[in-house]
Ligand binder design. Sequence first.
Ligand SMILES: Nc1ncnc2c1ncn2[C@@H]1O[C@H](COP(=O)(O)OP(=O)(O)OP(=O)(O)O)[C@@H](O)[C@H]1O
Ligand SMILES: O=P(O)(O)OC[C@H]1O[C@H](OP(=O)(O)OP(=O)(O)O)[C@H](O)[C@@H]1O
Length: 213
Amino acid sequence: MTVLTLALSKGRILEESLPMLAKVGLDPAGDIDRLLRVPSRTPGVSLLIIRPADVPTYVAYGAADLGIVGKDVLMENGSADLYEPLDLDIAKCRLSVAAKKDAPARDPRRRLRVATKYPEIARRHFAAKGEQVEIIKLYGSMELAPLVGLSDVIVDLVATGGTLRANGLIETEIICQVSSRIVVNKAAMKTKHAAIQGLLDKLARSGGKRKAA
Ligand SMILES: Nc1ncnc2c1ncn2[C@@H]1O[C@H](COP(=O)(O)OP(=O)(O)OP(=O)(O)O)[C@@H](O)[C@H]1O
Ligand SMILES: O=P(O)(O)OC[C@H]1O[C@H](OP(=O)(O)OP(=O)(O)O)[C@H](O)[C@@H]1O
């Protein structure tokens, strides 16, 4: 019988979280190739392997009790429906503004064009500076946009800076630091408190940083 369901962000976060999950017996019990729901090595805890952007939705609706997801996704989609008790300190990067290294000066009467997968974060960032911008929503390869004149700047994740450098872009502003977080369904935190707390304690002991309440 499933006692707890944990939603994992497939891709980079899954790869980076597996060593920590293995330490506490929460890694998949078998091969996860193509499987979307798998038992973990802890009886009663099952795992969902889903796209990062879907994790907050599964947890908010209670289809999963907990999830692992990047702070970038939480900031973009809003996380008011979720508790965020632990910072796992993995998949670390930052959200930044970047532009072409040799970009010519822009006509100040024209609004800055910003290409990004994070329209809400970008809008909030520029609004806080009193700047009205035109946001162009993209789904990947943001670095291409300034190179082909689609946008003046991008808002994207930067880790080593290698992708920016390879494409002749420079980081002009850091918006915030990003790492992966544990999120918890608010109702489950009450109804399954002991099981969830036990799991959070284990993850905290294996490297997760507790967030102030
Ligand atoms: N270069 C990076 N270094 C460290 N962490 C990163 C890096 N890029 C992304 N991340 C983190 O990993 C998360 C997932 O990134 P990943 O590239 O695996 O998926 P995605 O391409 O955003 O998702 P999807 O498959 O749904 O398009 C991001 O939300 C972010 O928190
Ligand atoms: O500063 P760096 O170390 O180069 O990392 C930054 C890159 O990493 C992410 O892309 P990812 O490699 O996940 O590819 P994707 O966006 O196509 O999934 C991000 O979107 C950047 O393109």
